[in-house]
Ligand binder design. Structure first.
Ligand SMILES: CC[C@@H](C(=O)O)C(=O)SCCNC(=O)CCNC(=O)[C@H](O)C(C)(C)COP(=O)(O)OP(=O)(O)OC[C@H]1O[C@@H](n2cnc3c(N)ncnc32)[C@H](O)[C@@H]1OP(=O)(O)O
Length: 251
């Protein structure tokens, strides 16, 4: 069975679901391939909006699969993996249609980077989310730090990155990381959140999204992300990072 599903609904929602609940929906190479496939399908005219979520109710996404990526030791090895995922986050950021991260559970590390690359983030009231990369002696390696800095006020973005901890939905709403919270069925609530937008023509939605894409192109987001990925790759090869990952895997 594939570790993801892609569904295209009649109302124009494309729903990409990471389906590895036993690993808290951690992202491995197969999930990356799935996201690549979903982004290609999103070009179809019948797709109005792109939704990314996780299977079951424990996790949205726990970031990179630490057991799969633990063997990447050198800067260049790390860069190859980080760069592939950062390209996906850039594609999501620049997708000419609205995108939503539907937080059905915890979002940790790269899971928060994935969520940041979406235009809207909505979460079940009891979930927690945080950029915990600092506790692993790395920074955001998929470009999510740069993307977060485009979405939040500087002090709030820096607080989330530098405190490297999980926040509850009250704090996440206050900082502007979340746009809405819900209890009950995630897809139903996602539809409620998107209700007004879904009735508009896709060309109108695309034209508004283009305003932001133009700005991000003008301010060199992609170049800044490349720098972020490079910086993380350098930290990745350090002994301190590998020690922290081994600690998690051996717990
Ligand atoms: C690599 C890219 C980098 C980036 O650029 O951003 C990152 O993403 S770094 C961040 C990596 N992620 C983490 O450090 C998170 C690690 N996970 C957790 O902290 C917790 O699992 C959780 C997400 C808070 C959920 O906690 P809980 O519900 O208590 O579950 P468990 O901890 O018992 O986990 C169950 C099961 O899943 C495995 N797991 C969880 N996360 C990952 C992961 N990221 N990679 C690989 N495996 C993961 C965990 O090991 C357990 O497995 P088993 O012991 O085999 O049951």
């Amino acid at each position: 069975m594939k570790p993801y599903t892609i569904e295209i609904h009649n109302d124009g929602l494309l729903v990409f679901t990471i389906n590895r609940p036993e690993k808290r929906n951690a992202i491995n190479y197969e999930v990356m391939a799935g996201l690549e496939e979903a982004l290609l399908l999103a070009a179809d005219d019948q797709v109005k909006m792109f939704v990314v979520t996780g299977a079951h109710d424990q996790a949205f996404c726990s970031g990179g699969d630490l057991s799969s990526f633990h063997h990447l030791k050198t800067e260049e090895e790390a860069y190859t993996m980080l760069n592939r995922m950062s390209n996906l986050l850039v594609s999501l950021l620049f997708l000419p249609k609205p995108t939503v991260a539907l937080l059905n559970g915890t979002a940790v590390g790269g899971g928060c980077e994935l969520a940041s690359s979406c235009d809207f983030r909505i979460a079940r009231t009891d979930v927690k989310a945080g950029f915990i990369q600092g506790t692993l002696n790395i920074t955001t390696g998929w470009g999510g730090g740069t993307i977060l800095s485009e979405k939040l006020l500087p002090a709030d973005a820096m607080k989330m990155l530098m405190e490297a901890r999980l926040f509850d939905t009250v704090d996440l709403m206050e900082m502007g990381f979340l746009q809405s919270t819900f209890s009950g069925d995630p897809i139903e609530n996602c539809r409620k959140f998107l209700n007004r937008m879904l009735v508009l023509e896709v060309e109108v939605l695309k034209a508004y999204k283009q305003l932001y894409i133009n700005k991000w192109k003008y301010t060199g987001v992609q170049e800044r992300i490349e720098q972020e990925v490079r910086n993380c790759s350098v930290l990745w090869q350090g002994e301190a990072h590998h020690r922290q990952v081994a600690k998690f895997l051996n717990k």
